[in-house]
Design a protein around this ligand. Structure first.
Ligand code: GTP
Ligand code: MG
Length: 426
């Protein structure tokens, strides 16, 4: 294993900056700079250059092999967080022959290779580092603390029991042991499948929590879509004018709605446009609105009743400050009706996000689907024939799919993708 180092905190001025060194030579290198290392794992030390010049006074933390984040011996230097101190220390480290600079995510990669984290935990950690909202943090913590691995292990234990039952039947087929294991095997399958299917169904919601929900504001020109967007964004994100057809491009604003990440979309006013550019804008508006999680329709009081009340659609009477109909309305100009609109959107999104579990990525979706398909095949074989060895083969495939969830098989190709999303120093 290589000896690597990197700045683990963000670049720029701060109270403290942390430099990490990991690998078999980490302690030797640190000792060269700091003198004898603290015996109880932490202590204040003067860090010196090879020439003996004091570069900084730092809190030095040492971690023994097997007891660090990476699993290798680790030293953390908690420096004064100025650019000059950081540069001086990094320069000094780069002069050490054993060390090289860490690649993005390489500390985490060492942790994976040393069995400190499984692959799904690495994915959770990647999300945690990226988390901007409360729901994202909670979800990432669930995954990082090994929730998916624990579930996969439970399912796997069940399936291995089913496998043992099948194999026993195969082994004793010649002798006449008339025990029919089928009911028990099928019962195990049913239990696993139900749990796996629930996780599979939650992946969509989990992905939304990670990448953000989309809420599109749509309606005819001049209904106040851009005014509403600007009000919600708290800034002049979109151009507002009383000329119909002002907005053409889809304008996106990120916001945090009760901890859920939401991208609001302002779109071109829908009408039969003669202007070519406006028509393109309208086509885009329809397209994005179609794929959004929720559409907020701004309508007139007359249109309100006929507006599609799809479960993912919401209607509001526009220009509510001038409306006397008593219908639910909203006004981006005065803010009237905005809190209740946001409440309603948040309620709906919260409801959708409740299905999210610990399977949170396309990779997990594929593994769960493969596992379910193999289980299904296995059940069909058991039911329709007595070729139990074929059934056992399907079962092995199902177990393999579960193993891939936490990265025990065939993961080399996904590693690159996962680690590329990390920053250096993590
Ligand atoms: N009284 C009142 N006027 C509003 C309200 N919202 C917008 N307006 C006015 O209506 C006009 C159009 O507003 P926009 O926000 O540009 O409307 P839009 O729906 O984005 O229009 P397009 O981009 O052309 O589709 C502007 O003059 C706004 O000041 C509102 O809630 N109440
Ligand atoms: Mg507009």
């Amino acid at each position: 294993m290589d000896n690597i180092y990197a700045l683990a905190t963000a670049r720029g001025r701060a109270g403290v900056a942390v430099v990490r060194i990991s690998g078999p030579a980490a302690h030797d290198v640190a000792e060269r700079m700091a003198g004898p290392l603290p015996r109880h794992g932490r202590g204040l030390r003067r860090l010196r250059s090879v020439e003996g010049e004091v570069l900084d006074e730092a809190l030095v933390l040492t971690f023994e092999e097997g007891r660090s984040f990476t699993g290798a011996p680790v030293v953390e230097l908690h420096l004064h967080g100025s650019r000059a101190v950081i540069n001086a220390i990094l320069q000094e480290l780069s002069d050490q022959p054993e060390l090289r600079q860490a690649q993005p995510g390489e500390f985490t990669r060492q942790a994976l290779e040393n069995g400190r984290l499984d692959l799904s935990q690495v994915e959770g950690l990647a999300d945690l580092v990226e988390a901007e909202t409360e729901a994202q943090r909670r979800q990432a913590m669930r995954v990082m603390s090994g929730g998916l691995g624990r579930k996969a292990d439970l399912w796997k234990r069940d399936l291995l029991r089913a496998m043992a039952l099948l194999e026993a039947t195969i082994d004793f087929a010649e002798e006449d042991v008339p025990v029919d294991v089928t009911p028990e095997v099928l019962e195990i399958f049913a239990r696993c499948e139900e749990a796996m299917r629930a996780e599979l169904q939650g992946v969509g919601a989990a992905e939304r929590i990670r990448d953000g929900f989309e809420v599109a504001i749509i309606g005819a020109p001049n209904m106040g879509k851009s005014t509403l967007l600007n009000h919600l964004a708290g800034r002049e994100a979109a151009i507002i004018s009383d000329i119909p057809g002002t907005t053409r491009d889809v304008i996106e604003v990120r916001m945090d709605l009760r901890g859920l990440p939401v991208t609001l979309l302002d779109t071109a006013g829908l009408r039969d446009a003669s202007d070519e550019i406006e028509a393109i804008g309208i086509a885009r508006a329809r397209d994005r609105a179609k794929n959004a999680d929720i559409r907020v329709h701004l309508v007139t009081a007359d249109e309100f009743g006929s507006c599609p009340e799809h479960p993912d659609d919401l209607a509001r009477v526009a220009h509510a400050d001038r409306d006397r109909s008593g219908l639910p309305g909203v006004s981006g100009l005065t803010g009237l009706g905005v809190p209740s609109l946001l409440d309603e959107i948040a309620d709906r999104l919260e409801k959708r996000s409740q299905t999210a579990g610990v399977a949170i990525r396309e990779r997990h979706r594929e593994a769960l689907a493969a596992g379910l398909a193999a289980l299904n095949g296995c059940r069909e074989t058991i039911r329709s024939s007595d070729m139990l060895d074929l059934a056992a083969e399907d079962l092995r495939l199902a177990v393999r799919a579960l193993d891939s969830l936490v990265g025990r098989v065939d993961v080399e190709d996904v590693l690159g993708e996962i680690f590329s999303s990390f920053c250096i120093g993590k």
